[in-house]
Design a protein around this ligand. Structure first.
Ligand code: PGA
Length: 249
């Protein structure tokens, strides 16, 4: 009942020439079973929309401001993202939390702004290596979930991405058991907070060094509904096999 979702986070990568990657993906996956989302940098959103509006790819942004408009030089509001053709916004990525000192309450405020503008939100959470080694992962994730996710979500508007910080861009991936344990615990906490019906329809993505070579075994995990992919989403040749692996799962 949950439609699988594979989301590509381009981070601070991509100029006009890279729109060809989006075009190639749109052509190659017209009949995709899974939902495919790409979050290019904000500068490409408008043009990317022209390549994606009639195809299988939806567009996402990588952040938004918590206010609808105003004196916030350099920032972008959820309404502006919607106007650019965006359907999703990624919030609380560990790089935003680290580079911009974003805390759970900031992520929650941004999520509320995005939801009221009509965007879907992908809220990211994940533990540091020291936290995993100290066996604190489930508590850390539980705290991020409680603090970052607003109350006014639905099963359709919220996606959670579990991204262990030590796995992002490193080539290191948690074991299947470790991913499974965290995803099961997220699902349980969502059930407790939102009730079984809403919790069952929220998609839980895994992120952190997802590659064509490891995608199939990650997608076989019961509570994994897709992936948030960084490096391997930049080139259609890498992202395509990941999409196919999700379609086949
Ligand atoms: P990665 O990044 O796939 O390059 O590890 C994932 C992410 O940060 O979303």
């Amino acid at each position: 009942m949950r439609r699988k979702l594979v989301a590509g986070n381009w981070k601070m990568n991509g100029t006009s020439a890279d729109l060809a990657q989006i075009e190639a993906l749109a052509e190659a996956h017209t009949g995709a079973l899974s939902e495919i989302m790409i979050a290019p940098p904000a500068t490409l959103l408008h043009r990317a929309y022209e390549h994606t509006k009639s195809g299988p790819i939806t567009l996402g942004a990588q952040d938004c401001h918590k206010c609808a408009s105003g004196a916030h030089t350099g920032d972008i509001s959820a309404d502006m993202l919607l106007d650019a053709g965006t359907s999703y916004v990624i919030l609380g990525h560990s790089e935003r939390r680290a580079d911009h000192d974003e805390h759970n309450e900031d992520v929650r405020a941004k999520a509320r702004a995005a939801l009221s503008a009509g965007l879907r939100v992908i809220i990211c959470m994940g533990e540091e290596l020291e936290e995993r080694e100290a066996d604190n992962t489930l508590d850390i994730i539980g705290g991020q979930l409680a603090g970052s996710v607003p109350d006014d979500i639905t099963g359709e508007t919220l996606v959670i991405a579990y991204e262990p910080i030590w796995a992002i861009g490193t080539g290191k991936v948690p074991s299947i058991e470790q991913i499974s344990e965290v995803h099961d615990s997220i699902r349980k906490r969502l059930e407790h907070r939102f009730g079984p019906q809403i919790a069952r329809s929220i998609r839980l993505l895994y992120g952190g060094s997802v590659k064509p070579a490891n995608a199939a075994e990650i997608f076989a995990i019961q509570n994994v509904d897709g992936a948030l992919v960084g490096g391997a989403s930049l080139m259609a040749a890498d992202f395509s096999p990941i999409i196919k692996a999700l379609d086949a799962s």
